[in-house]
Design a binder for this molecule. Structure first.
Ligand code: PLP
Length: 413
């Protein structure tokens, strides 16, 4: 005996499969249309334009700290005093990776020893979170302990209790604005508690990956509390490493990454980084300054991104609302910025939904990717990335997702 719901769901799925579509909602990257916005940057500078404001020849070696005028442009958006902000290479993931490698090999300010000499190094991983953060930990043998995400950021009662008593907990990953993948924005209270909470480890660090600081999807340009200032006020100036990049502002493969922190942390980082490079690509820094110009230029540029991607997020919400409003156990985030939507499905169905989608020619991020070691104990989180495909494809892909969710729910009875 099959229920009518199941039969209908199977028929709809077989029809979907017969269409032989080939769509992909896995890629949290800008679309070609977005990249086109910054393509004029590639013809900037020209042969005669290579001097920084202070006369430095950007073509030559040196300037490890990065171009001052680019740092000045981004300092307010990353909430870091300009002298404590470094402009680096093209990838913030690289900066985060290197920072933890440096901490492994050389004691951080305030550390009793380098992390490689600790018996155990643990990071808190708010979940759902960003898989590449987790991969850095896995690569370096840093264990991860999960903490639930709420709409206001990580569950701070859990975080405070863990860090207060366990000196092996050396850090936490945070994407504080338009979080990957839930879109959550950390509340002022969460930021204040992170800045001031007592930690058993003297060298505890917050990796404050503010990757989406200017990536608004609405008119409301959300601002979060200033972690570095609050931590400094609370006597924990060395706690934050603030991270950012222009990967999803200009060109994802040819942007600029930033690192902000206390003067002591920055001195430590520059000293160690000077062993791996003589300096960053300052011509790319200068190109970014010429292209974005100033704070208003940056805001204006981000509004153009928004015009392209906000309709895609609206399409995701529209299809999910039409198909699942009121369906028990099916929920989704409605981000007001960033790059992702989190679809939450009833426990134990995420893997099956992703499998069904794949068989129908629709690639979804593997279930579990939002959790350390690829294991979502509830098997209920699916990350949707709607920026890369064109709008019509996003809508079609979401209609396909809905068919797969329906079948998985009906099969489960
Ligand atoms: N941090 C977060 C939270 C991201 O979502 C991403 C890309 O998806 C990155 C960092 C990667 O940044 P970058 O291109 O600067 O290495």
């Amino acid at each position: 005996m099959t229920t009518p719901g199941l039969e209908d769901a199977r028929t709809a799925y077989e029809k979907l499969r017969a269409e032989g579509m080939k769509l992909d909602l896995t890629r949290g990257k800008p679309s070609a249309e977005q990249l086109d916005l910054a393509t004029p940057m590639l013809s900037l500078l020209g042969a005669a334009d290579f001097r920084a404001a202070d006369g430095t020849d950007t073509r030559n070696y040196g300037g490890l700290h990065g171009l001052p005028e680019l740092r000045a442009l981004f300092a307010p958006f990353l909430q870091v005093p300009v002298e404590q902000l470094v402009a680096s290479g093209n990838s913030s993931l690289e900066v985060m990776h290197d920072t933890l490698v440096h901490a492994m090999l050389s004691p951080l300010p305030g550390a009793e020893r380098r992390w490689a000499d600790e018996e155990r190094v643990v990071f808190l991983a708010p979940v759902p979170g960003y898989d590449r953060h987790f991969s850095v930990c896995e690569r370096l043998g840093i264990e991860m302990v999960t903490v639930p995400m709420t709409a206001d950021g990580p569950d701070m009662a859990v975080v405070e209790e863990l860090v207060a008593t366990d000196p092996t907990i050396k850090g936490i990953w945070c994407v504080p604005k338009y979080s990957n993948p839930t879109g959550a924005v950390y509340s002022d209270e969460t930021v204040r508690r992170l800045a001031s909470m007592p930690t058993a480890a003297p060298d505890f660090r917050i990796i404050w990956d503010n990757a989406y600081t200017v990536h608004h999807l609405t008119d409301d340009e959300v601002e979060i509390a200033d972690l570095l200032a609050l931590a400094t006020e609370a006597g924990n100036a060395n706690r934050p490493f603030v991270i950012g990049s222009t990967s999803k502002i200009t060109l994802a493969g040819a942007g600029v990454a930033f690192l902000g922190a206390s003067a002591e942390n920055i001195d430590w980082w520059l000293r160690l980084t000077s062993k791996r490079t003589i300096g960053p690509d300052k011509t790319n820094h200068l190109r970014h300054v010429r292209f974005l110009r100033d704070a208003d230029g940056l805001r204006e540029h981000m509004r153009k991104h928004r015009e392209i991607i906000a309709p895609k997020f609206a399409a995701v919400d529209e299809v999910l609302t039409r198909e699942f409003a009121g369906t028990p156990g099916v929920e989704w985030s409605k981000p007001v910025g960033g790059y992702f939507v989190t679809l939450t499905v009833p426990e134990g169905t995420a893997t099956e939904i992703v499998r069904l989608a794949k068989e129908a020619g629709l690639a979804l991020t593997p279930a579990g990717a939002t959790h350390p070691y690829g294991e979502d104990p509830q098997d209920s989180t699916i990350r949707l990335a709607p920026t890369f495909p064109v709008l019509a494809e996003v809508r079609k892909a979401m209609e396909g997702v809905a068919v797969c969710v329906r079948l998985a729910l009906a099969e489960r009875g």
